[in-house]
Design a protein. Structure first.
Length: 328
């Protein structure tokens, strides 16, 4: 069977540039979300940042060709992709309100390993037994960070699983991006996502915007999700503006990255977000990862780097192939 990616756009260097820029914007976004998480509900932040981000995203649309780019023959797939990224964000940010920034990010970084697995049935990419073994090692890192030998953790293990669940949604979204990106520009993909965020957060406001469902709730993640909307202070409006700018950059760059190159090539570069998250956690919140988090990070990142190196080795032509290409 021919892989879908063989017929797709293949500009790996540009794809890597976009994923690095997008992950930088994500790390800043996560830090700002955590800064605001003590006083505002999650759906208010999502609505505000998406409204601001949509303005910037339409600028990308006009730069790439105009509103005609938004026409699509597969609206259902675009809606599904948007809902997947909404679920990924909501789940991850609920964890972020409770967990240290570095730990939440490290747990989320099983996403590239999930992308590698999902690229087999969805994109038709070939993944050998060594890379499957690397994925297993990466998930062992997740288990270590759960610290199963401890009976009294400061947060519940369910909360610690939220970034892993978010990673599953995110991985599905990105392999779907690769499929849709064959016929849709990155700016249009970003508009569909921002629109889905606005729609879902508006529904949250109508249902729970007055905070009625937060009464009597003690779980900090649920409080973050369900508390009442609050009019931002002048200083916080600058933070919300920063969230909106990051949202626009993230939506475009991630869509562009997975549109321009194979998922297995792009995914490992997402790991630059981990040292950035640890840096923000240390500088802004005074957090420093515990030993179990460091050990899990080594296994997860090591597995991701191994998967990347195997992919690069597979893509390199053999001597016989080089000789044939040289005669052409």
């Amino acid at each position: 069977m021919t892989s879908i990616t063989t017929a797709a756009i293949n500009r790996p260097a540009l794809g890597i540039f976009y994923i690095c820029l997008g992950i930088l914007a994500i790390s800043v976004n996560d830090m700002l979300i955590k800064v605001l998480s003590g006083g505002y509900p999650l759906h208010q932040m999502v609505f505000t940042r998406s409204a601001i981000g949509l303005v910037f995203t339409f600028g990308f649309v006009f730069a790439e060709g105009g509103l005609g780019l938004l026409r699509t023959a597969t609206p259902g797939l675009h809606l599904l992709r948007g809902l997947l990224v909404v679920c990924a964000n909501m789940t991850y940010f609920c964890a972020l309100a409770v967990l240290p920034l570095g730990q939440a990010t490290a747990l989320f970084f099983v996403a590239p390993l999930m992308i590698t697995l999902l690229s087999i049935p969805i994109l038709g990419e070939k993944v050998g037994p060594l890379r499957i073994g690397a994925v297993v090692v990466g998930f062992a890192g997740v288990i270590i960070m759960q610290e199963p030998w401890k009976a009294d953790l400061s947060v519940s293990r369910l909360v610690m699983l939220l970034p892993v669940i978010a990673a599953g949604f995110y991985a599905l979204m990105q392999v779907l991006t690769r499929r849709l990106g064959m016929t849709t520009r990155a700016s249009a993909l970003a508009v569909y996502i921002q629109g889905t965020f606005l729609m879902v957060s508006a529904v949250f406001y109508l249902v729970a915007g007055d905070g009625r469902y937060a009464e009597g709730v003690t779980n900090e993640s649920l409080i973050f999700l369900l508390r009442a909307w609050v009019w931002p202070s002048p200083d916080d409006w600058l933070v919300f503006l920063g969230l909106g700018i990051c949202s626009g950059v993230v939506g475009y760059c991630l869509s562009a990255a997975y549109r321009l190159a194979d998922a297995a090539t792009i995914a490992p570069f997402e790991y630059i977000g981990l040292p950035l998250a640890i840096l923000w956690g240390w500088m802004i919140f005074g957090e420093w990862p515990v030993a179990a988090t460091w050990a899990g990070c080594v296994l997860i990142i090591g597995a991701g780097v191994f998967v990347f190196l195997r992919e690069q080795a597979k893509a390199r032509p053999t001597p016989g192939r080089r000789a044939r290409w040289g005669r052409r």
